[in-house]
Design a protein around this ligand. Structure first.
Ligand SMILES: *[C@@H]1O[C@H](CO)[C@@H](O)[C@H](O)[C@H]1NC(C)=O
Ligand SMILES: *[C@@H]1O[C@H](CO)[C@@H](O)[C@H](O)[C@H]1NC(C)=O
Ligand SMILES: *[C@@H]1O[C@H](CO)[C@@H](O)[C@H](O)[C@H]1NC(C)=O
Ligand SMILES: *[C@@H]1O[C@H](CO)[C@@H](O)[C@H](O)[C@H]1NC(C)=O
Ligand SMILES: *[C@@H]1O[C@H](CO)[C@@H](O)[C@H](O)[C@H]1NC(C)=O
Ligand SMILES: *[C@@H]1O[C@H](CO)[C@@H](O)[C@H](O)[C@H]1NC(C)=O
Ligand SMILES: *[C@@H]1O[C@H](CO)[C@@H](O)[C@H](O)[C@H]1NC(C)=O
Ligand SMILES: *[C@@H]1O[C@H](CO)[C@@H](O)[C@H](O)[C@H]1NC(C)=O
Length: 291
């Protein structure tokens, strides 16, 4: 724990420098500047969940992450790793899974009128958010081995954008921070882990070819992005989130994030929707306490 705290204290220096950069103009734009000499990370995430095609079998799922930097960093010197990449994983309708990471030569965010954003990951992938945050178009273009993915996804939102904890004024968790002196990890968790939910719910059309198999469906869509000055494993011990589904598309229901801490662990839970049927999809990321 001493070791972790010292590392975090050192990293906080980087973190406070980086917070000067947190000024995206567009809601879904660039909030922090990950690069090879810092530990910042920012990612644009989206998921599509289709209906089950036979009883007892889960429906198809596709999720993508357009990454700048590393959410789990094993070594602060990551200059031998690609800074920009796309990870894509999920399940075909028959239950078989797929998981791939496609490196890119660049990860460029350009902010246009109002809230429009274009992300260009080298030649292998791109996304476009419309100025009214109502649509997102995603394309994958790495058809050759070893990646073998190509195709597109089109999201149409049916909910208003918001930040984490369903607020619209701050992208950070400062609104729920406990009234006490925060330790170093908690300061990053509550003040510098950003969360912008551009598409809390809606529909998505998916048509991609992955390793020779076509995955085509219309499902429930969700898109958000996160950014932070440190890799998750530098300040978080665990992260849970859940989706809820009612008659309309699912939306994020709750999240619970624990900071690395020697004392009391903070807890964030927020309710974003009242579910009729719930937890159709649940993901859980358990991180080592320290490293
Ligand atoms: C990387 O980001 C840091 C801020 O964290 C900045 O000082 C440095 O100039 C950046 N380096 C490059 C190559 O952009
Ligand atoms: C970081 O990694 C690069 C590429 O592997 C290497 O050239 C460099 O010496 C490393 N720097 C440190 C401080 O270890
Ligand atoms: C993915 O499929 C492989 C092969 O069937 C299996 O071993 C693995 O557990 C699956 N992974 C997940 C996350 O379902
Ligand atoms: C990133 O986008 C900006 C604005 O469109 C453009 O000026 C710049 O050349 C692009 N950079 C790269 C590396 O593609
Ligand atoms: C600008 O964005 C807001 C949402 O943030 C939206 O309500 C508005 O319609 C947009 N205006 C245009 C012209 O797209
Ligand atoms: C997404 O929209 C683009 C542009 O209209 C279209 O070419 C593409 O076929 C669409 N993809 C899906 C899966 O609907
Ligand atoms: C791609 O499909 C081939 C068979 O067509 C299979 O041998 C290979 O393991 C698959 N690759 C991945 C990454 O699933
Ligand atoms: C989230 O915010 C929206 C807009 O302010 C509001 O309509 C909705 O009731 C809120 N949901 C919850 C669960 O607080």
């Amino acid at each position: 724990m001493m070791f972790a705290s010292k590392k975090i204290a050192h990293s906080l220096l980087i973190a406070s420098v980086l917070s000067n950069f947190a000024h995206a103009v567009s809601f879904d734009g660039q909030y922090i500047q990950p690069n090879l000499t810092n530990t910042a990370v920012e990612w644009w995430w989206g998921s599509a969940v289709g209906a089950s095609q036979s009883p007892g079998t889960p429906g198809p799922v596709l999720q993508f992450l357009f990454y700048q930097g590393y959410s789990i960093l094993a070594d602060f010197n990551h200059s031998s790793l690609p800074e920009y990449y796309i990870t894509i994983n999920g399940f075909f309708s028959n239950g078989n899974n797929f998981s791939l990471t496609v490196p890119a030569t660049s990860g460029n965010i350009s902010e246009g009128n109002n809230n429009s954003v274009t992300g260009t990951w080298g030649t292998v992938g791109a996304f476009q958010i419309s100025s009214d945050l109502k649509t997102m178009a995603v394309t994958f273009n790495a058809p050759d081995a070893p990646y073998r993915i190509s195709g597109s996804m089109n999201f149409t939102s049916n909910r208003a954008n918001h930040y984490g904890c369903n607020v619209t004024d701050s992208p950070y968790f400062d609104v729920v921070k406990p009234v006490k002196t925060l330790n170093d990890a908690e300061q990053v968790l509550f003040n510098q882990l950003g969360w912008a939910v551009a598409i809390p719910g809606g529909t998505v059309n998916v048509d991609v070819r992955i390793n020779g198999t076509r995955l085509q469906f219309t499902g429930n869509g969700y898109h958000d992005q996160n950014w932070m000055p440190l890799a998750l494993n530098e300040f978080i011990s665990s992260w849970y989130f859940g989706f809820a589904e009612d008659t309309s598309p699912p939306t994020m229901l709750c999240c619970k994030i624990n900071a690395l801490s020697t004392g009391r662990r903070p807890r964030i839970s927020a309710l974003f929707a009242l579910p009729a049927r719930w937890l159709v999809q649940k993901a859980r990321l358990r991180l080592p306490a320290g490293r």
